[in-house]
Ligand binder design. Structure first.
Ligand code: ARG
Length: 460
């Protein structure tokens, strides 16, 4: 392809280090779409004869059918998917294939293909995140009033509902979707036609190719067009943050599935047994989601370091943009799907959650708040009185609502029998009706909003 100036072929190692075909063949669909759009534009602008354009497009469509059938190129001498497809086109339609590369370069070609690919990745991720959100909302709806301990420092803090807890992840995933949507809007400009780095002297129409490929318009600076990989970094950064969220949910499932917690029993389909300990049921899928977050962040770091300090415009370092993006996308897709499956099918042991919520003095704040409200005690003093009540309950081995009234009155005479109404975990959660609080009616209101938002997306 570029042999004119070269007397000798490449060293064997050069052939190997230079070739991106083993991984970039994954861009075949985008490469053919970009070439067809380019060829049509060359014809429309009178840069190529329509007859040649028809031959080129016919050839590209035939190659597309071969690729679709799984017959992808692998010869390293072909370097990359762009050259491999052009070579195949020459085999099919002869010398006219050589006209396709008029007014473009592999630099704008690869930038275009990769943007199209990452745009598809964003759309796929968004669809699977929406499915995860639907699963979270469905389980939250089922458990809007199921009491569980809420934690800070992983210490029992105040009772919450399981529905409220699951809806926290709905919110996180919503922010992830919004980050991916931002990235998509920003990346949706076409670099095609920037050529090698400086634009072209041919009378091309970059607006036409941009529209044909579903872009909002052409990029505005040819140097930036061929050297920009922000779209891939935007994807990887959004993917990293999303994977952090997934790893947190995965970690909850891992903790919840442990025997001391026993909050969930993970479905067989997402667990494995141990080869030597027959009683075991390991939360492997959740552990792998937790682990994959590290690899996804590694991919983001990898491309960041590749891009760091690169002068304009294209440098071959940038060929290394694809493996981390592909890897992160595959890992993220698996993680989201596995997480959605776990959320959908896990059995929540609400009896166990309730028992632990009741055992951790989780309603201590409710006692303190009651003293403030009903006996006009300053909060700091109420906090102190409550601390003594917790101590008494601990010593008696009972929960706060099981302490006899005379014990409570001995701690502070302003306490009366009305206090029992706030000491149960159900009363505690029901009282937290501030906007976004854990009261079941608040949780149900948020669930209804989420259901409406999700239904709107699917047009139901
Ligand atoms: N395989 C290359 C890549 O992925 C395509 C661009 C090559 N351009 C060049 N001038 N060598 O980055």
């Amino acid at each position: 392809m570029w042999g004119g100036r070269f007397a000798e072929g490449p060293a064997a190692v050069m052939r190997e280090i230079n070739a991106s075909l083993p991984f970039d063949k994954r861009l075949w669909k985008q490469d053919i779409a970009g070439s067809i759009a380019h060829a049509r534009m060359l014809g429309a602008q009178g840069i190529l004869d329509m007859q040649d354009v028809d031959a080129i497009i016919g050839g590209l469509e035939a190659i597309q059918a071969e690729y679709e059938a799984g017959d992808l190129p692998s010869d390293l001498d072909l370097e990359d998917i762009h050259m491999a497809t052009e070579c195949r086109l020459a085999e099919k339609i002869g010398a006219v294939a050589g006209r396709l590369h008029t007014a473009r370069s592999r630099n704008d070609q690869v930038a275009t293909d990769f943007r199209l690919f990452v745009r598809d990745c964003v759309d796929e991720v968004d669809a699977s995140l929406a499915a995860l959100q639907r699963a979270l909302v469905a389980r939250a709806d089922e458990h809007a009033a199921s009491v569980m301990p809420g934690f800070t420092h992983l210490q029992s803090a105040q009772p919450v509902t399981l529905g409220h807890h699951l809806m926290a992840y709905y919110e996180m995933i919503g922010r992830d979707r919004s980050r991916f949507a931002d990235a998509r809007a920003r990346m949706n400009l076409s670099p095609l036609g920037a050529a090698a780095l400086a634009g072209t002297g041919f009378p091309t129409d970059r607006h036409m190719t941009a529209a044909a490929l579903g872009f909002d318009g052409p990029t505005r600076n040819s140097l930036d067009s061929v050297s920009d990989r922000d779209f891939a970094l935007d994807y990887l950064m959004a993917a990293t943050q999303c994977s952090l969220h997934l790893s947190r949910l995965a970690e909850e499932f891992i903790i919840w599935a442990s025997q001391p917690f026993g909050f969930v029993s993970l479905p067989d389909a997402y667990s494995t047994g141990s080869s030597i300990m027959p009683q075991k049921r390991n939360p492997d899928a959740a552990e792998l989601v937790r682990g994959h977050a590290g690899r996804i962040m590694g991919c983001m770091t990898s491309l960041s370091v590749t891009m760091k300090g690169l002068p304009l415009a294209y440098s071959k370092d940038m060929q290394d943009d694809k493996p981390p993006l592909f890897e992160a996308h595959d890992l993220l897709g698996l993680s989201i799907t596995a997480m959605a499956g776990m959320v959908e099918t896990t059995r929540f042991r609400t009896d166990r959650m309730r028992a632990l919520a009741e055992s951790g003095f989780a309603t201590a704040t409710d006692l303190a708040d009651w003293l403030v409200r009903e006996a006009d005690v300053p909060f700091r003093e109420a906090h102190h009185i409550t601390g003594r009540a917790v101590k008494a309950a601990e010593e008696a081995g009972v929960s706060l609502d099981k302490l006899p009234l005379n014990t409570l009155k001995a701690i502070d005479p302003r306490i009366d029998e009305r206090v029992y109404a706030v000491l149960t975990v159900d009363a505690s959660v029901a009282s937290r009706r501030s906007f976004g609080g854990t009261a079941p009616d608040q949780v149900r209101a948020r669930i209804a909003e989420a259901q409406a938002a999700l239904a709107m997306e699917t047009g139901q």
